[in-house]
Design a protein around this ligand. Structure first.
Ligand code: SF4
Ligand code: SF4
Length: 357
């Protein structure tokens, strides 16, 4: 290494200990029990006798600086300046006396925030970046989340579901987003359209060919220029070729749809991890309020709320009643999109719900 070479700058999460509430630091790993006195509030009691009361409020995730300052001012005035953002874009304030909980809730509600999202509620929808940060979305995740949470806000505010419901979004078909009790994902239904004039200038063709999971892309000469071609019989419309090669445009106002999947869950004390399964496909990607997708999510939540036993998660409820009955309860049709036609499906059939029909 050259003598005066610049040292690399480490980036990543800062050390969390310095920001942690002192009572949480002191009792780290030494908590005796916790309880849920009301929606949006948790009480943790340590073996030492110390207590922490946590008040949780939802945010819209992509926050302007004025909203952030407002939230921080509330923390400075009423919670000793300690806040914590959760994975699902909620803000949490920690206080050590019960008497400080009600004023905190009042201040948050006066400022227009909703307190909730704990225990058996519908949590804030986890949110991919959408148009604001990412270069490949087929829809705007923020808009989907906002319009759905407007309709589901009472389920966030009140803990009246059989168990916790995690909802996730994903604004392309391949990258972030994820597993949830209910997942709203982009679904491309047509192969990419190739702008051959741009491919040679923009794309590294071998990388794009290698990117396709079903080997549907081949190098080709088009109008005397090096380009690519897609075997449309093989293409599964995943969109994986679009990030390394934007001239392979797959986003389309009409043919990029939304699909809803249900039943994804991590393993827990009662069961193994479960993969989510497709239940509704070809739903219009219809901004600014996405009413069709929201209506289906509400139907699924209503059927789950009415039909599940106490503390059954969505996947446990469906496994108990069976998939055919689930489709009847939520009044969803079983369509051609539910059939796995991918040629690698032989390996996945055994772990699929579809063979039970
Ligand atoms: S889901 Fe896809 S489009 Fe959306 S932010 Fe993640 S990578 Fe980008
Ligand atoms: S959309 Fe997916 S399957 Fe189709 S060509 Fe692109 S990478 Fe291959």
């Amino acid at each position: 290494m050259a003598k005066d070479m610049r040292e690399p700058i480490e980036s990543g999460c800062p050390d969390p200990w310095q920001y942690m509430h002192p009572v949480m630091r002191k009792n780290f790993g030494q908590w005796k029990f916790h309880e849920h006195p009301r929606p949006g509030v948790l009480r943790h009691v340590a073996y030492s006798g110390d207590e922490i009361w946590t008040v949780k409020a939802g945010t819209q995730r992509i926050l302007d600086v004025f909203t952030l300052r407002k939230l921080c001012d509330i923390g400075d005035q009423l919670a000793d300046g300690y806040v914590h953002f959760t994975l699902r874009s909620n803000i949490e304030y920690m206080v050590t006396e019960e008497s400080r909980v009600a004023p905190l809730i009042q201040a948050l509600e006066d400022a227009g925030f909703i307190v909730g999202g704990t225990q058996n509620s519908v949590t804030m929808i986890s949110h991919t970046q959408g148009w604001l940060h990412c270069d490949i979305p087929g829809t705007d995740a923020s808009g989907v989340v906002k319009s759905m949470m407007d309709e589901l806000i009472d389920e966030f505010r009140n803990a009246t579901m059989p168990n916790r419901v995690h909802i996730t979004t994903s604004c392309c078909q391949i990258n972030c987003g994820g597993q949830g009790d209910i997942a709203i994902n982009v679904q491309h239904t047509k192969p990419p359209k190739i702008n051959h004039d741009l491919v040679a200038n923009v794309c590294e063709r071998p990388s794009v060919v290698a990117r396709c999971p079903v080997a549907a892309i081949r190098p080709a000469m088009v109008n005397g220029k090096p380009s690519l071609e897609v075997d449309e019989r093989k293409c599964i419309c995943c969109g994986a070729c679009y990030p390394p090669c934007p001239p392979m445009q797959i986003n389309d106002a009409e043919h990029s749809k939304l699909a809803i999947w249900v039943g994804g869950n991590h393993s827990n004390a009662r069961g193994k991890p479960t993969f989510q399964k497709l239940v509704a496909a070809g739903i219009p990607n219809n901004p600014p309020r996405w009413p069709e997708a929201t209506a289906i999510v509400k139907r699924i939540l209503k059927a789950y709320k009415e039909g599940a036993r106490d503390w059954e998660r969505v996947n446990e409820w469906i496994e108990r009643i069976g998939w055919p009955r689930f489709f009847e309860e939520v009044e969803l049709p079983f369509t051609k999109y539910h059939i796995d036609t991918w040629r690698g499906a032989r390996a996945s059939f055994n772990s699929s719900s579809y063979i039970r029909f």
